[in-house]
Design a protein around this ligand. Sequence first.
Ligand SMILES: Cc1ncc(COP(=O)(O)O)c(C=O)c1O
Length: 405
Amino acid sequence: MVAEVRQRIDQLDQSDELGEFRGRFVSDASGINYLDGNSLGRLSHDARAAILAAIDDEWGEELIRGWEHWTELSSQLGDVLGSELLGAAPGQVVVSDSTSVNLYKTILAALSLVPNRRALLVDANDFPTDRYILEGIAAAHGLELRLMATAMNDPISVDDFAPYLDDDVALVVVSQVNYRSGALNDLARIAYTVHSVGGMLVADLSHSVGAIPIALDDGDVDFAVGCTYKYLNGGPGSPAFLYARARLQSELTQPIWGWFSAADQFQMGPRYEPAPGIARFLVGTPPVLQLQALKGALGVVCDAGIERLRSKSIAQTQLALELFDAYLAPEGFRLASPREVAQRGGHLTFEHPDALAFSHSLFVDHRVLVDYRVPERIRFAPSPLYTSFAQVYEGVMALREVATR
Ligand SMILES: Cc1ncc(COP(=O)(O)O)c(C=O)c1O
């Protein structure tokens, strides 16, 4: 049985169209089997070269003249993200700040459109920053925060929304792929549901961008934010993106009136006037070195193409699931992700009372790097750009070994 499985895995690696992309990433000295690309993606040679060139040729040589092109980076990268990965027409995405700050800006901008509505809605199982930012805004502005009870391991259903939706709801914040379970939420359906009571949708795409094809314009999503250091491999601290529908932009007021968001930035005028379009969501001086690294990293993702990435990701998580059923379920693990492939993003989550200890042993004894999430869960995240099918197999078998010793 094991020999047969190994043979099949070797064939999968040999016929892998994306196999050559592994060579576009810097290998770590100790040969880690890295199954944590949904937390922090690996360093690509292109990102490394881009950041070194930005240091030596731009900061080192151009000095202040670099701003002649650096000011365009946030919007240029936003448009690349929009067209290649987000299903967004140009002029609707910028790269700036962190996802948390972008949530703050988009939520308050959305609220500026519906000043008479007082309720904010979020999945109680969503990532902490999404809930905390809403909690802070609700406290500061005297609004009501509704925490929606959902099943921890499944996509959110329209029925989950029903008890919380009424004509007081200003907006809903939802992650397209849940950070813990990997459950994939149907954004277009959620947008339709929220719009039916006159509310707006703010989507967090941190765990979906670069992992699954996204259709923001077609899905009628109002706002979106997301991280670039996960499946996009922009590096630690890589700035986040923000999407706002073109038809809403001219009416929006975002709350942080920094000079990069002003019309005629270098006129240094006496009063704030927001820039037309998506640039009004910028704040202050962007992290240029990180933007250049992201530009390099993004090129690798675009070369692979999101359709090919998704199909390899599906093949890898299906393989992991098959191995889970054969080798981990008998050892007391439970699947904490949807079984149905159409309901999953790029990672699987395994539940076990000893998950924390196992995640440590995996690294110490097998050089397999996964991450642990409360309660009692291990996230298992192959990244199709640099994870081989053999590494998926070895990761599951290492977990079995630490659980059975
Ligand atoms: C779903 C989700 N949203 C937001 C964040 C946090 O983003 P940031 O630290 O860039 O504000 C994370 C981080 O892992 C995340 O998983």
